[in-house]
Design a binder for this molecule. Sequence first.
Ligand code: T1G
Length: 669
Amino acid sequence: MIITVDNPPINAGSTEVRQGLLHAIHEFQDKAQLKAAVIIGAGSTFIAGSDIKEFSLPLAEPHLPTVINAIENCSKPIICALHGVALGGGFELALGCDARIALTGTVFGLPEVTLGIIPGAGGTQRLPRFIGVEKSIELICAGTRIKADEALQLGLINQIVKDDLIGNAIVLATSMFGSKKRIRELTTPKSTAANILAASNKALKLGKNRPQVQKAIEMICNTLILPIDEGLAIEREAFEKLRLSTEAKALRYQFFAERKLFKGLGAHDAEAKPINQIAVIGAGTMGSGIAIACLSAGYGVVILDQNVNALANGVKRVEQFYAVRLKSGKISAEKVSELLSRFSHSVQWGSIVSADLIIEAVFEDITVKHEVFQKIEAYARADALLASNTSYLDIDAIAAKTANPSRVFGLHFFSPAQVMKLIEIVRCKATSAVAVATGLSFAKHLGKTPVISANVFGFIGNRIYTAYRRQCEFMLEEGAYPEQIDKALEDYGFAMGPFAVADMSGLDIAWSMRQSQAINRKPEHRYVTIPDTLCLAGRFGRKSGFGYYQYPEDAGKPIVDPSVNLIIEAASQAKGIERKPFTTVDIVDRIILSMINEIAHLIVDKVVSDPTDCDIALVNGYGFPRWRGGPVFIARELGIDTLKVQLKQLAVVSGPGFLAANTDVIFRD
Ligand code: T1G
């Protein structure tokens, strides 16, 4: 009997799918003439997991464990024929079957922890009985996805076939007439406490000690001491509790918000142009990082810099990047040579004539950018798209000086460009819909997470970052210290606090930007002089050995510098501010509120179209903890009335110059 799951696009294990499977299994059991059954997915994949859309509501019967129990209780063999992906509940269903056959390249995994939950249908109980506790901890706690070859090696599947999955599955099922092979009957291979502890500590560190990671380890270890039915019951109870947690809700919100970003593909009343050859102008840190991101995604890349030394250094950075990955075994020698065969470099402008997309990543100076775009236009194909990687310069002004502004837009990468997922696609006044659609498609192909921004100072991420940095500086004046604010945010889940980040990127960069903006600053607005005082004292951060912190030669991490705290106290005194103590909650709440307020401004000013894009930007570009959802998610959890009250208080403490936004827009989808 062939049981086909058909729930496009990814055969999510919805209520209807579970009902259909249970009905089919009972029908198979009742028909004596049927000797074996095969469960297979229609379309491009097997079951990619339970239907996450159902997780915010009470789950309807039959639950997935009921379906899997029916498979195991069936007296006749039921096998799974797998292709595409078998993830989460899909993989758990497969583990409940008597055998598993997969097409080459099929992907397996239990990624539940990435959604703030644990496998809830036996994954933590059946997998360890097959591959042991340590390996199960490694795979489940990291949500690792493995290919069919590794699954075969681990014994998780019986066979890999190149084609004719259903034909081969029928042969396998036929060979199993009259037999059952229930994983539940296996005994978890023994392990030592030391090995389990080592695997657990590694998983907790990688998993940032999140509750679902802790719980997954506990469930997996239960397989050493509890009968499977007890373990299954405890696992399901733990899954249910985590599923209803705010953290799991936040992670589901992020999952769907990220997928919404790509809805724009084609929806911007244009189709993306085909992009194969990229030209990167400027071989500095950003340029070489962008070149690596493009090469790794399969594009042909030429990097151009008219400074021979800069070009040599840029090329070396690219080659070094792949040499390190080769040495660490992350990439094969063949792959490196294939990648570098698509890489070229030149000082000649003629090298960009075949590029489909040209990305400018030169020095952040508008005059230099104008000159570079003039050169680009002189050599680029007429149908090539032109993008600037600028962080804050006016791309409309750059476009206005070109012959065809409709093909000019922004592609703002975040450093290191080959690592950071966020990319801001800046849609200028004249940018065509084709350019935007192509930017989205290019970002998806790079494996990046794109948000579309209008062309304003700071785009999306830096606008929000500037607003919350301002609040941090206000709190310095009012009584907090850099190490206190940094620790509050690191405890909240940021990888690094804002002052440590500032020291790392260099205080002088922001200083020169403030100086360039000084003319626009209203004297009546509150302005914190502490960063300027530090810069005037030559305290530019790590690069100068001291900034907000001190960095003695041998110190790996920032050291609190009492002299900075004296500068801060003097600044408070100069303004007649009576310093007061801050709690961690005061600090975090004030920063999140400032982000929410700035996001509301961005929406009102039509810089960003969807509020959730701002949460995506902060999580993927600024280290905002993903499991918190983001300021928009938090605002929506707070509710419009509570938010209004809290923002009124923020306006009072922020002083002149703080502009309270209309936050109603945060609640519109
Ligand atoms: N539930 C509901 N919808 C899903 C979904 C899911 N699990 N996975 C994807 N979608 C939607 C997605 O929102 C999008 O919808 C469309 O499918 C295409 O997705 C009991 C509790 C499968 C590798 O975590 O990794 O099982 O935008 O754009 O790039 O223990 O989706 O078209 O309306 O990502 O080809 C565990 C999550 C669940 C897998 C396909 N499973 N999904 O990638 O397409 S928890 C997962 C993915 C669980 C059990 C537990 C990817 C993909 P729309 P897409 P893609």
